[in-house]
Design a protein around this ligand. Structure first.
Ligand SMILES: Nc1nc2c(c(=O)[nH]1)N[C@H]1C(S)=C(S)[C@@H](COP(=O)(O)O)O[C@H]1N2
Ligand SMILES: [Mo]
Length: 368
């Protein structure tokens, strides 16, 4: 149905977003970018992504099973896991589809702009000693993590599951986490137990883990072989998606317009600040632009909190001249990875770490 002829401009939507995308976007929420002000994302502001349904778990009946290429099978209750040595780590997690909705044409999936990231303090027990206790056999090549959630994807009914190679799984910072920011995991973040693999894109951090299997052959299930690959132009599944590429985001300054989120600032000095991360190497530098990327100035880096978490940065901007500006930031990591100006298109819209642009208007001073 066409809107009435007297409908004011800017009040009705065009074809932009599909009902399927809107349904996903209403279930899976991002981190509001103003939460970049917090080094640890407060509970409830961390992004979340759930492929199927959030399982309802009775913690007294729940068990973690270890099976496959081990000398012995193990079955552990959540209390038995809590009695094991505990570690707390701040870890930045970003969805591999972050930036997807900035690609053209937009791959049909969860339409993230740039907000699919967060940093929580995860408490749990290191995975490697548990694998050792079960007697990991020499012929094991991968460890498979299975979640309680089931669904259909690409026509295949499946439990959500992903694997890591044995050396990746045995990294000392890999945790089986049961707390987020000091509280039991909320249902949407994997209650009662999830995997945390610092440096890797979100899909690796399997939530609602109920089974850990040691495999003698590489895992060829959907989320490994079909999903989370960078598809080439011929449609062939290319490289697997693994670690997070560098990205810097800015906490948007000033105040927003409710509908457009166009931002307004009073003229004068303005401290631009944000956070940057990479899963490949520590952040080496962050640069800031106020003219849409024509010229760049170095930002000051805050102290590193942990090598598993994002790094804060800031830059003093002299915003005394009224007018329109486009604010950007970009990061480089110590392995030489840098953020591109435009993202490389791929079928599933993964790993688009292109520089984000924030349009702002510096207002004219009030007369008198
Ligand atoms: N069991 C299970 N684990 C999962 C998922 C899922 O749908 N099911 N989603 C993955 C994806 S794609 C992401 S980005 C992260 C999101 O974690 P969060 O919701 O705690 O931020 O969880 C990962 N682990
Ligand atoms: Mo994701």
């Amino acid at each position: 149905m066409d809107p009435p002829a007297d409908t004011p401009p800017g009040t009705v939507a065009s074809e932009e977003i599909t009902p399927a995308e809107l349904q996903l976007a209403a279930r899976n929420h991002g981190m509001p970018l103003e939460a970049l002000r917090h080094p640890i994302t407060p509970l409830g502001l961390h992004y979340t992504l759930i492929h199927y349904d959030i399982p309802a778990v009775d913690p007294s009946a729940w068990r973690l099973e270890l099976a496959g290429r081990f000398e012995r099978s193990l079955s552990l209750s959540i209390d038995e896991l809590r009695e094991r040595p505990a570690v707390t780590l701040p870890v930045t997690i970003e969805c591999a589809g972050n930036g997807r909705a900035r690609l053209a044409p937009r791959p049909l999936s969860q339409p993230w702009l740039v907000e699919a990231v967060g940093t929580a303090e995860w408490t749990g027990t290191p995975l490697a000693p548990l694998l050792e206790e079960a007697g990991l056999l020499d012929d094991a090549v991968e460890i498979l993590f299975t979640g309680l959630d089931r669904g259909v994807e690409g026509g295949v009914e499946q439990s959500y599951e992903r694997s890591l190679s044995v050396p990746e799984a045995c990294e000392p910072q890999v945790l089986l986490a049961y707390q987020m920011n000091g509280a039991p995991l909320p249902p949407q973040h994997g209650f009662p137990l999830r995997l945390v693999v610092p440096g890797w894109y979100g899909m690796t951090h399997v939530k609602w883990v109920c089974r850990i299997a040691a495999l003698a052959e590489p895992f060829e299930g959907y989320q490994q072989a079909v999903g989370y690959r960078i598809y080439g132009p011929g449609g062939a599944p290319g490289a697997q998606v693994t670690r997070m590429l560098p990205r810097s985001l800015m906490a948007p300054p000033g105040i927003p317009d409710f509908l457009t989120r166009q931002r307004f600032l009073e003229p004068g000095p303005c401290l631009l600040a944000g956070r940057a991360w990479s899963g490949w190497a520590p952040i080496e530098s962050v640069e800031v632009s106020t003219d849409g990327g024509l010229t760049w100035a170095p930002a000051d880096l805050d102290e590193e909190v942990a090598d598993t978490a994002w790094r804060g940065w800031s830059h003093e901007w002299d915003a005394r001249e009224p007018g329109a500006y486009e604010l950007c930031s970009r990061a480089v990591d110590a392995a030489g990875n840098r953020q591109p100006t435009a993202g490389a298109w791929n079928l599933k819209g993964y790993a688009n770490n292109a520089v984000e642009r924030i349009p702002v208007t510096v207002r004219s001073p009030e007369p008198g």
